[in-house]
Ligand binder design. Structure first.
Ligand code: HEC
Length: 216
């Protein structure tokens, strides 16, 4: 590639003869392009972290806004129908928008599709360990497929009482009507009996390296 570039510059310089101004501009162009491409691994990782934060924040905001609307319109038990139908498609639409893979995973999932895969299990375990030992967790990035894909993860914590109305103490926090609806829709539900501040799961976002580099 370098030889080709030099050859190209050579041809431009020598073939243009007196028009040296033109060939100098062409040379500067090539130089500038080369500089643009000189991106360090650290910059790529920083961008992956930044992008991961921004996509998961956008997804969280969308889920929360739509969940609140559904609760206002149909109450908690009605909102369960909404979540069952819409939670995964909301994430799917973001996957398409950004050409990434986006999931929420949990070791005690409500939807069996949200069980962690082999690459996600150790990260979820690490967040659980930290939560149990009162160590704060930051988002993290792992390299997959020889560094061609970045796995961005971020803990999801039960932050407010709203969560408890569907994920809290099955006798105290969850209304009987809601509990019945959960039983009906999610016969294998494991996502109850959480307390405020407890780890509920994590965001799992796979970012292709080439999509990250395009952003730089
Ligand atoms: C109206 C009831 C309701 C409320 C309130 C609610 N959730 Fe959920 N949650 C659900 C349902 C239903 C699912 C399963 C969605 C699906 O089938 O894709 C779910 C799934 C999840 C998942 C994906 C993992 C899994 O278990 O399948 C996470 C993480 C989660 N909820 C976190 C929260 C947090 C954090 C809050 C509070 C901000 C919250 N939820 C509030 C009903 C609720």
């Amino acid at each position: 590639m370098k030889t080709l570039t030099l050859l190209l510059i050579g041809i431009l310089i020598f073939s243009c003869g007196p028009q040296e101004r033109v060939s100098k501009e062409a040379f500067d162009d090539v130089q500038r392009n080369n500089e643009v491409k000189r991106i360090t691994e650290v910059e790529i990782l920083q961008e992956a972290m930044f992008w991961g934060d921004s996509i998961t924040k956008e997804a969280q905001a969308q889920l929360t806004a739509q969940l609140q609307q559904a609760i206002a319109a149909n109450g908690h038990s009605g909102a369960i129908d909404f979540c069952q139908v819409n939670a995964l498609p909301i994430l799917k639409s973001m996957e398409t928008k950004y050409a990434v893979t986006l999931r929420r995973v949990a070791s005690r999932p409500r939807n069996p599709l949200d069980a962690p895969d082999a690459e996600e299990i150790p990260l979820l375990d690490a967040y659980s360990y930290n939560a149990e030992n009162n160590i704060s967790s930051n988002p993290s990035i792992q390299k997959l497929q020889q560094g061609e894909v970045f796995l961005y993860t971020k803990p999801i914590v039960i932050t407010n009482a709203l969560c408890l109305s569907c994920h809290g103490d099955s006798k105290k926090d969850i209304a009987p009507e809601t509990a019945a609806k959960l039983m009906e829709r999610y016969p294998q539900d494991k996502a109850t009996d959480y307390a405020l501040g407890e780890l509920r799961g994590m965001w799992s976002l796979r970012l292709p390296k080439k999509e990250v580099v395009i952003r730089l």
